[in-house]
Design a binder for this molecule. Structure first.
Ligand SMILES: [Zn+2]
Ligand SMILES: [Zn+2]
Ligand SMILES: [Zn+2]
Length: 470
């Protein structure tokens, strides 16, 4: 069964007798209960009024269950639809002549592609959105492309991403793009470089040259004239005498450009303080928040389009998974867990023989997935700093491994237990400090546990015994 949703009471005459359609007349796209359409194979939206369909399509794509956000959606219209934003979100347009055939054919193709997925839980809003987006791209064979949006604060949007926010200008858009870029979730293709206000991220910026002395924008631009015979260089205004050019230095008349003189560049003369400069500063004034800033201090981003990579298919299927191992790769020497256990075993025997105990510290970053998303473009910098803190706090002889995606295990050789607890606390304090000074919005949640090495080995043996009994 398919659903036909329209605003008008009157269903288009030509389609009202299609037996496999249920018709719904609704006034406001914002209040429609989407659950009603959970089981329809596809939805056709009457798009004789484009705002109605845009509002409704956005809500479907922003829904949380895949039955709704991947729903095959078609726009019913007798005229071509020019809006590239809404077209990026739907599976085609149909009219009275094509509706019957093309909706069912395309829906069948999509159904197979959609059937490979199950609803899965993700740790953060950003990863949830990325997984939904990947699935939309895979099932539709589409790229994720930016669309110019003069009415958006950022000046652009990505239609499927835009549908995930109540407010189109939600700055979380950038953390989603950072996540895609940093974790290489898709193939990237450069589109353009954009400049954004460094206070409010608006792209509505007025760029202008300012007088380097008094900061006025009231500058007169004129050609600079270089007089060959005497070498004088001055703005054209200083040469102008009636309708002739007369050198202010040697008083000769300049006749032919290229023979008597040339114009090597332009010069800006301030109408307020008369300062001339060849290289005035360029400042950007934000139309949104009034922030005026040197252009080199504005934020810039490379706007990209994205296509699927072989890794994308796996992320779409299984979701995103962030591990400390991936995060710290190349920055810190980490042994794998089986090797760690072997080392721990020998170290334990040595410690027992010489009566110099060693300890194990488990250090867990409970909200690691959330942290990774929050680091954004500074991910590498943070990884480097975290690795540096660990190297500073531990000794070269200590051994590091990872128990799972978010837990370090440290073997601190010849260390009394009290000292181990102090080492753990010092690490925790420095990590907290790193977060507090760089990411005020993020709270690091940790869990620390220290135990004697013998205890760790006993536990391991217990677990092995249990495993062999099962
Ligand atoms: Zn000035
Ligand atoms: Zn001259
Ligand atoms: Zn601004």
């Amino acid at each position: 069964m398919y659903a036909f949703i329209g605003r008008e009471k009157k269903i288009p005459v030509s389609v009202e007798n299609l037996g496999d359609y249920q018709f719904f007349q609704r006034e406001n796209p914002e209040t429609i209960d989407l659950e009603t359409f959970q089981d329809h194979q596809a939805v056709v939206i009457d798009s004789r009024e484009i705002r109605f369909s845009l509002g409704l399509v956005n809500r479907f794509r922003g829904a949380s269950t895949l039955n709704l956000y991947l729903k095959p959606i078609f726009l019913y219209s007798e005229l071509p639809i020019e809006d590239s934003y809404v077209m990026a979100l739907v599976d085609g347009t149909v009219d009275a002549a094509t509706m019957r055939g093309s909706v069912s054919a395309r829906t069948e193709q999509l159904a197979d592609a959609i059937a490979q997925y199950k609803d899965i839980e993700q740790d953060t809003f950003e990863s949830t959105v990325v997984v939904k987006t990947l699935r939309f791209m895979v099932t539709r064979g589409r790229r994720l492309e930016p669309v110019t949006m003069p009415k958006s604060r950022f000046g652009f949007s990505y239609p499927f991403l835009g549908a995930q926010f109540r407010d189109r200008d939600d700055a979380r858009l950038f953390s989603i793009l950072d996540l895609i870029d940093n974790e290489n979730l898709m193939e990237k293709h450069f589109v353009d470089r954009i400049h954004l206000c460094n206070r409010c991220k608006s792209s509505f910026i007025n760029f202008r040259e300012l007088c380097p002395r008094c900061h006025s924008a009231d500058l007169e631009v004129s050609d600079l004239i270089h007089h060959f015979s005497c070498g004088n260089v001055d703005p054209e205004t200083k040469y102008k005498v009636h309708d002739q050019l007369v050198c202010p230095k040697c008083k000769k008349i300049l006749r032919h450009i290229g023979m008597d003189y040339d114009k090597p560049s332009v010069v800006h003369t301030c109408r307020v303080c008369q300062t001339t400069s060849q290289d005035p500063e360029v400042w950007g004034l934000c139309r949104y928040c009034g922030n005026d800033t040197p252009s080199e201090r504005l934020l810039y981003r490379d706007l990209k389009s994205y296509s699927l990579s072989s890794a994308s298919l796996n992320f779409a299927l299984n979701g995103l998974h962030f591990t400390l191992a991936d995060f710290l790769k190349g920055h810190l020497e980490i042994v794998n867990y089986p090797t760690f256990q072997t080392i721990a075993h020998y170290e334990n025997e040595r410690a027992l023989r010489y009566k110099r105990p060693s300890v194990i510290v488990n250090f867990q970053l409970l909200n690691f997935s959330e942290l990774v998303t929050g680091f954004g473009q500074r991910r590498e910098e943070v990884a480097l700093e975290m690795a540096r803190i660990i190297k500073d706090t531990l000794r070269d002889s200590d051994i590091i491994t990872l128990l799972n995606d978010n837990t370090f295990v440290f073997l601190l050789v010849e260390t009394p237990r009290e000292n181990a607890e102090a080492v753990g606390a010092r690490l925790d304090k420095r990590f907290q400090g790193l977060m507090a000074s760089n990411f005020p919005g993020i709270t690091l949640q940790t869990h620390l546990q220290a135990m004697e090495l013998t205890e760790f080995i006993d536990r391991k043996e217990q677990e092995e015994k249990q495993a062999s009994h099962e």
